[in-house]
Write a protein of this length. Structure first.
Length: 305
């Protein structure tokens, strides 16, 4: 009995990570619940998208006129003051606040993604199969993080870039793009921070929790309860802005403000924020702990060759 020689080409293990990320992306795109939640996230995008058009239209009207908005007569001057508070003028605050509010839906969408992409591998015993292939544990984790990072950018970075190009078309595009070219790279920098932080944190929690409902509860506690507790201690109890460092999303928000060149204030209030280096240090420490937990958990899996 003779065997034909293998004529294929060996590729670096990094291609295995890319394949797992692509497969995870396809797996999640087949879920109807994902599209429902992604539609909710797009509602925030469309609000900013159409409101930017409304801001330009209002600026072209006389301040003493009265316009009909949703069937209600509104004075242009009063409506202008309301729109100014929303910062829908294509500045750094516009994109910072947009990504901030996208976080509310992102929490649920990413929790679903973590359970599907990572939790099922541990729950159904698929991880030993992946690790029996010519890839290392690092490449497995990287592939899963690439899949999560794709969703993060679909929820935040890509819509923010669309709003950036829309703002340039609404105003004088030559002047806007030349004066605000740093915002383009600021949005990419903010997206990179969210990609690294959320992908590492989500894969870690998915490895530890695995199931969808407990994962959503843990994910909600990390981003909702910590935000409420940090705001309560910093604002209500007046214990200092450093207590906001327990809010992971706010720390990423501060790093994003640094890239965008925006002021270090809360998205909703004018209370002081901790320094950017403090937020970056907390995130770096959190990422280091997550990586150690991931390595410990993945190394515990027995691989059968």
């Amino acid at each position: 009995m003779t065997y034909r020689p293998w004529l294929g080409t060996l590729r670096p293990p990094i291609f295995g990570s890319l394949a797992m990320g692509r497969a995870g992306l396809r797996l999640l795109l087949r879920r109807k619940l994902f599209w429902v939640l992604y539609g909710l996230a797009l509602m925030v995008f469309f609000f900013y998208f159409y409101m930017q058009y409304l801001v330009v239209w209002v600026q072209q009207q006389a301040s003493d006129k009265t316009a009909i908005v949703a069937g209600v007569p509104v004075r242009i001057a009063e409506f202008t003051k309301f729109l100014d508070k929303l910062n829908l003028n294509g500045t750094a605050s516009t994109f910072a606040n947009f990504i901030w509010f996208e976080g509310y839906v992102s929490v649920i969408v990413l929790a679903l993604a973590g359970a599907v992409l990572v939790g099922n591998d541990f729950q159904h015993g698929s991880l030993p199969f992946y690790l029996s292939k010519p890839i290392t544990r690092w490449h497995y984790l990287l592939g899963k993080m690439l899949g999560v990072g794709a969703f993060v950018n679909l929820l935040s970075t890509v819509p923010a870039l669309v709003l950036f190009f829309q703002a340039g078309l609404l105003y004088d595009w030559q002047t806007y793009y030349l004066d605000n070219w740093k915002l383009f790279f600021g949005i990419l920098g903010y997206g990179a921070v969210l990609t690294v932080v959320l992908s590492v944190l989500l894969v870690t929690t998915a490895v530890l929790v695995r199931r969808t409902v407990p994962l959503i509860m843990v994910w909600t506690g990390l981003f909702v309860l910590s935000r409420a507790l940090g705001a309560f201690l910093a604002e209500n109890q007046r214990l200092g802005p450093q207590w906001r460092l327990i809010d992971v999303w706010n720390n990423a928000y501060l790093c994003g403000l640094y890239f965008l060149g925006a002021e270090r204030t809360s998205a909703k209030t004018g209370f002081d924020q901790p320094a950017v280096w403090q937020a970056a240090l907390v995130l770096a420490g959190l990422m280091a702990v997550c990586v150690l937990l991931l390595l410990k958990r993945v190394r515990a899996v027995e691989v059968v060759a």
